[in-house]
Design a protein around this ligand. Structure first.
Ligand code: NAD
Length: 314
């Protein structure tokens, strides 16, 4: 294995991963690890002239243009699960296999979801600045408990089931909406099978876990958000575009929603222009698409992706 820019590589890694794990697993191949390539499309396309594999996260657009610059490409390793940056039809047409790291970051997203729910329900952490300023706000920081609350999961796949298991252990009742999951699927033994309307009306915390598709784009729109229980919490770790960000802001400003956590956005990365709508919105947690990224998840995702790539190379 050599990491070289003198010679065109076998494997191009265009976004960050655990480099040591990549080098260990792909140890007799010529790998170029360069996470800056995601922001330099021209350099990326040039690097791919001889590549048999590319490893990406969610920002490298794997489309016809890229595939045409990579005539030897056999496999795309995806460091994660969402495939909305990968044109699957185009990959199929070019005989390129796409390998997501299924399941490897589920626990990280599930723990993020539970953390966000507890932080938003409890609200106590907002005291820090006031206490440093000499206040002792003991009587007006009465938060809510997670135990006994209803959790509504939109999408009941791999991540949502891990959220459900943890939430059940904390005493929550679980509702889920997933019309694609058969009514007799064993997963329903842990959740009440709800319609979207019922879920909005009854749940105290709603968390989104569907892929971004034509059907889920703007699924959580202004009408849905207005139909949510007064003071309820909304969490989106799935994909930007599924939740109407303007409607969330409006509902938080009007105290209709009790809190929201957004890890994914319509336009990523958020910049000072697209981020301006969130300025001084109460009870809002924003994070930069990191729900699935912990040290442990990054190691698991990197190991699985490197192994998947190795397995599919002829
Ligand atoms: P999954 O494929 O296991 O589950 C998705 C579920 O959504 C499936 O059960 C499917 O039937 C259901 N679904 C699809 N369309 C639906 C619709 N219109 N209405 C209701 N349900 C629908 O996926 P997963 O691994 O659980 O991932 C869920 C989401 O989380 C994906 O969007 C993925 O990109 C995202 N994700 C984000 C991060 C992060 O860091 N923020 C990390 C990992 C995954």
């Amino acid at each position: 294995m050599s990491i070289s820019d003198r010679k065109l590589p076998d494997i191009v890694i265009s976004e960050f991963m655990d480099k040591d794990i990549a080098l260990e697993v792909l140890n007799n191949l010529d790998v170029q690890y360069d996470p800056t390539l995601v922001d330099d499309r021209i350099a990326l396309l040039k690097t791919l002239a001889k590549a048999r594999a590319i490893i990406v996260r969610n920002r490298t657009q794997v489309n016809n243009e890229l595939l045409e610059h990579a005539p030897n490409l056999q496999v795309v390793g995806r460091l994660g699960v969402g495939l909305d940056n990968i044109d699957l039809e185009a990959c199929k047409a070019h005989n390129v296999v796409v390998c997501p790291a299924t399941g490897a970051n589920d626990i990280a997203v599930a723990e993020y979801t539970i953390t966000a729910a507890i932080v938003l329900l409890r609200g106590a952490w907002s005291a820090t600045d006031r206490m440093i300023a000499g206040e002792w706000p003991r009587t007006n920081l009465m938060g809510r408990e997670i135990s006994g609350k209803r959790l509504g999961l939109i999408g009941f796949g791999s991540i949502a089931r891990k959220v459900a298991a943890r939430a059940s252990a904390l005493g929550m009742d679980i509702y889920a909406y997933d019309p694609y999951l058969a009514a007799n699927d064993a997963a329903w033994s842990n959740a009440y099978r709800a319609t979207l309307t019922k879920l909005a009306a009854d749940c105290d915390v709603i968390s989104v876990h569907v892929p971004l598709t034509d059907k889920t784009r703007n699924l959580i729109d202004i009408k849905f958000i207005r139909s949510m229980r007064l003071g309820s919490i909304l969490i989106n770790t799935a994909r930007g575009g599924i939740v109407d960000e303007n409607a969330v802001v409006e509902a938080l400003r009007e105290n209709k929603l009790g809190g929201a956590a957004l890890d994914v956005f319509n336009f990523e990365p958020l910049d000072s222009e697209s981020g301006a709508i969130f300025n001084e919105v109460p009870n809002l947690i924003l994070t930069p698409h990191i729900a699935g990224i912990t040290k442990e998840a990054n190691q698991r995702v990197s190991f699985l992706t490197a192994q998947n790539v190795l397995k599919h190379l002829c």
